[in-house]
Design a protein around this ligand. Sequence first.
Ligand code: ADP
Ligand code: MG
Length: 256
Amino acid sequence: APGQTPSLEVRDLTVRFAGLTALDAVSFTVAPGSLHAVIGPNGAGKSTCFNVLSGVYRASAGHVHFGPDELTGLPPHRIAALGVARTFQNIALPPYATVADSLMLGRHRLTKAGFLAAGLRLPSAAREAERHRERVQEIAEFTGLERYLDHPAAALPYGLQKLVELGRALCMEPRLLLLDEPVAGMTSDERRRTAAVIAGVREGLGISVVLVEHDMGVVMRLADEVTVLDFGRRIASGPPAEVQRDPEVVRAYLGD
Ligand code: ADP
Ligand code: MG
């Protein structure tokens, strides 16, 4: 529920690879239920930031707190269990899974009865399976994927596959959603639809969103706050209209 979404606090987050500082003491806060965009040129450290927030990479220094919980150093499944879901910049849907199956993947962490109970056909497991199916149906309607539920996901046009990836993350019932370039590679029509879905996530479901995106139109339309990274450093942050005018941001994008 929206009221239960805590704020995300990223403090002095630093990630070093051999000979390279991909993130250099980056800080930002994502207010509950808000949409925070992280932008910057290629190689700025945006995906690295997501990889730390979701537990895929370890921070070299700094901290990430999600309300009372420290995420820094937790493995990915523990972070997911706290209600943090992510999508990947490069999607890899299981080759033969239908859209319904792919969305159901997002339900796994919510399966309490477990596979033993399901295998024994216990009533609790049957009720839970029914809830999962209902939720998959709702998310399919919400994302406009309803009529593709029985289609092999990997055979859909790329833009729809990206929507499936977004839907899968939504099926996890996240409190915080990390979206890595959700409209990249989409047609302008798919972009519009996806932007509307993301706006609906924030407004209708009250989920906090961190959005990494190159499409400035989408960022300016959707973001409450923007953090700009360049070579691993935060060079600007603030409301979108302000950040867009920032001389240092203009310089970073024009590649001075
Ligand atoms: P962005 O998503 O902003 O384009 P990335 O976070 O993917 O940037 O990359 C930031 C920098 O870190 C790049 O120079 C990239 O080559 C480097 N990098 C990312 N992941 C690794 C890794 N696993 N090992 C070494 N270098 C990496
Ligand atoms: Mg990236």
